[in-house]
Design a protein around this ligand. Structure first.
Ligand SMILES: *[C@@H]1O[C@H](CO)[C@@H](O)[C@H](O)[C@H]1NC(C)=O
Ligand SMILES: *[C@@H]1O[C@H](CO)[C@@H](O)[C@H](O)[C@H]1NC(C)=O
Length: 365
């Protein structure tokens, strides 16, 4: 009797572990940051920063708006698919429980930035320190499911993506003329401040167990349809925001390499999304785009004013537009960016591209 009970327990434990192992076969994936990678957390919040009505999601497998700021998949989805993982669910989605925790989680929230005051106008968003707090809670729940050691290992071997910085400019420093932050700091000093605050956030992620973190810089913020609509007579990018992007991105690369040096390991990978994106802005036709200036969905000059809504003018061939709405790239532009993250040269990826990292990490097991 005693023996058969032990046997039964062992069998159940074994079956459970097998099941868990097969689910966790792909590497776990954790996502932090803003609307470029939010997969629907803001749907669960009372905020104005949301993408939960059509035509958002028109090219998504379900053809429904999910909260992604894209016509289809966003960057987080495309990266998880390309590393053989299932897209992680938004942390606030009630379906994220039980064995689904093993896939990872997406903590990103549209509108947030590096600074706590960025995005205050959207009222209820998950600021980055709150995202880290949720990551802590997640790890506690994961430990209850698979044990403390296993949970630690899952987090250590996961891939992490973080995308921050754009909103600290467009939704803070340059939100209104004479903003609080622009009266407090000259642009170069603001960038230095942002980078030093970002360093603390990344250090914290490492302290919480992240060991491979893909960090994307900002895109060419001065070239997005929203900025063209406000600042451009002839379609030229707004120099002020272009300067901000170039200062921020170059200091970000330096900060990441200094962090890696301090940690004695290539934990942080810098993705130069600005240069990836500038390739289409300078020569859209070479990539099969008809325009890099006009958004597919919107209204006004360059389709760059206001939100993308059911009442907006909508292009018919989404794949030929670099921009889906006035700030966010189309799914097809995002696919090209993700391809560069995977296999790009050192012009785009420092110290190495993601496929190299995946090969190194899988050979360590
Ligand atoms: C932002 O908020 C977090 C948590 O509330 C705090 O730890 C951090 O110091 C704040 N950052 C700044 C720059 O005030
Ligand atoms: C990816 O990075 C590796 C290592 O830097 C490099 O050898 C390889 O050529 C890169 N892939 C491409 C397609 O450039």
């Amino acid at each position: 009797m005693e023996m058969s009970l032990t046997f039964l327990v062992l069998t159940i434990t074994f079956a459970l572990q097998l099941n868990l192992a097969s689910l966790a076969e792909g590497r776990a994936f954790f996502v932090f940051g803003d609307s470029l990678v939010d997969s629907g957390n803001n749907d669960f919040l009372a905020t104005t920063a949301r993408a939960d009505s059509p035509p958002y999601g028109i090219d998504f497998p379900s053809h429904r708006a999910t909260g992604r700021f894209s016509n289809g998949f966003n960057m987080a989805d495309l990266i998880s698919l390309s590393i053989g993982s299932e897209p992680a669910l938004p942390y606030l989605n009630p379906a994220l429980k039980g064995e689904r925790l093993l896939i990872g989680a997406n903590f990103a929230s549209a509108g947030v930035g590096i600074l706590n005051d960025t995005g205050f106008q959207f009222v209820n968003i998950i600021h980055i320190y709150k995202q880290l707090k949720f990551f802590h809670d997640y790890q506690w729940r994961l430990s209850k499911l698979i044990g403390k050691e296993q949970a630690k290992q899952l987090v250590n071997s996961a891939l992490v993506l973080i995308t921050l910085g754009g909103n600290d400019f467009v939704n803070n420093y340059y939100l209104v003329p004479f903003s609080l932050r622009s009266r407090q700091f000259r642009l170069p000093d603001y960038v230095t401040y942002l980078i030093s605050e970002y360093r603390k956030i990344l250090q914290r992620l490492h302290d919480m167990g992240a060991r491979r973190v893909l960090v994307t810089g900002t895109g060419p913020m001065g070239c997005v349809p929203a900025e063209l609509a406000q600042h451009s007579a002839n379609g030229e990018c707004w120099p002020q925001l272009q300067l901000a992007a170039s200062l921020f991105n170059s200091q970000l690369v330096q900060m990441l390499s200094s962090l890696n040096r301090d940690l004695g390991s290539d934990v942080f990978l810098a993705a130069n999304v600005n240069d990836m994106h500038m390739d289409f802005v300078s020569n859209p036709r070479a990539y099969g785009f008809v325009t890099s200036k006009i958004a597919c969905c919107g209204q006004g000059p360059y389709n760059g004013l206001g939100l993308c809504t059911p009442a907006s003018s909508l292009c018919s061939t989404r794949d030929t537009y670099v921009f889906w709405d006035n700030f966010h790239p189309s799914e097809r532009a995002t696919k090209i960016i993700v391809q560069r993250i995977l296999t790009g040269s050192s012009k785009y990826m420092k110290p190495m591209n993601l496929s190299t990292v995946m090969a190194i990490d899988s050979s360590k097991v």
